[in-house]
Design a protein around this ligand. Structure first.
Ligand code: SAM
Length: 286
């Protein structure tokens, strides 16, 4: 029974080379333990007893290659995951960003959900924006993920009830309709989200955004890669832009120079202005 600890470094290197060659995916930047556990999961699912057989399978079967990639880039999500975060976004952060955009004479606002999985997070943003009825700004919601199969599920917008546990009853009634034992999001909200395939390890093509949600994605990366990604986020947002991380994630080390902590509990950070010093008083969320 494969556990991951039984894989040799040489075997991990072989899989790394294969994913880089066929899918331009760089496993080296992910934490070793996570990777081992997930590869072992596929070895067990394929019921192979020797590693060579699995390598041959990966070389000959594109579907298994994609399944391995999807397993490595785990995509568990929920609508309004960490509801407090969405309350702060609705009550404070989004109104702030709108005000700042208006003050600069801008007509649009861009929100970016990074590692959007099957769409629960960007669709939650779309629901918020719809409820906020922002009429004078065009709000663009971009949602990206490295996994194409996951994005295909996101575009389908058909969800198991378990993914909707945190959706208020009234929102569920207004914006979803039942299809079998699942729920589909109405077209008007689906149309607000633009899904694109994008790998955050690729330095280019980071879209400019006022708000970036990158929750429960960085935890899988090495510290060095996290720093590179967080630095690119800072370059992609204006000085007052907001960054939201997952509840178990935090900004540490040199990248703290680029952001200040606005709502510490909700892991909401703001892009520092050039030369700005972090306010002495704790963030607003304390
Ligand atoms: C655990 S889910 C997080 C979903 C959502 N952000 C949330 O917090 O509910 C992690 C997502 O990150 C994506 N991901 C992993 N590596 C990535 C990469 N290099 N570039 C873009 N997305 C990536 C995975 O495919 C997966 O959908």
């Amino acid at each position: 029974m494969w556990t991951g600890d039984d894989l040799t470094d040489a075997e991990i290197t072989q899989i790394t080379a294969l994913l880089r060659r066929h899918r331009q995916f760089d496993l080296d930047q992910y934490k070793d333990r996570c990777i081992r556990r997930r590869i072992a999961k596929r070895l067990r699912a394929c019921k192979v007893t020797d590693f060579e057989t699995y390598l041959q399978l990966l070389e000959s079967d594109c579907d298994e290659l994609d399944t391995l990639l999807a397993t490595i880039s785990i995509h568990v999500s929920r609508f309004f995951r960490n509801p407090d975060t969405f309350r702060v976004l609705e009550g404070t952060v989004l109104p702030d960003l709108c005000r700042q955009a208006r003050a600069l004479g801008r007509r649009e606002l861009t929100l970016w959900s990074v590692g959007c999985a099957s769409g629960e997070e960007p669709y939650s943003l779309a629901l918020l924006v719809d409820e906020m009825a922002i009429s004078d700004l065009e709000v663009r919601i971009i949602a990206t993920d490295v996994s194409e199969p996951v994005l295909a599920m996101a575009r389908e917008a058909l969800f198991d009830p378990v993914r909707l546990n945190e959706v208020p009853e009234a929102v569920l009634k207004e914006y979803f309709f039942a299809e079998g034992n699942r729920f589909r999001l109405v077209e008007r909200i689906r149309d607000k989200v633009e899904f694109l395939q994008h790998n955050i390890m690729t330095a280019s093509d980071y879209p400019a955004a006022d708000l970036i949600l990158c929750r429960n994605v960085l935890i899988y990366f090495t510290r060095a890669e996290q720093d590179r990604i967080l630095t690119r986020f800072a370059s992609a947002m204006p000085q007052y832009g907001a960054l939201v991380l997952g509840r178990s994630e935090a900004l540490v080390g040199a990248v703290r120079e680029l952001y200040w902590s606005d709502f510490p509990l909700e892991r909401i950070y703001r892009r520092k202005a050039e030369g700005e010093v972090e306010p002495v008083a704790p963030g607003r969320g304390q």
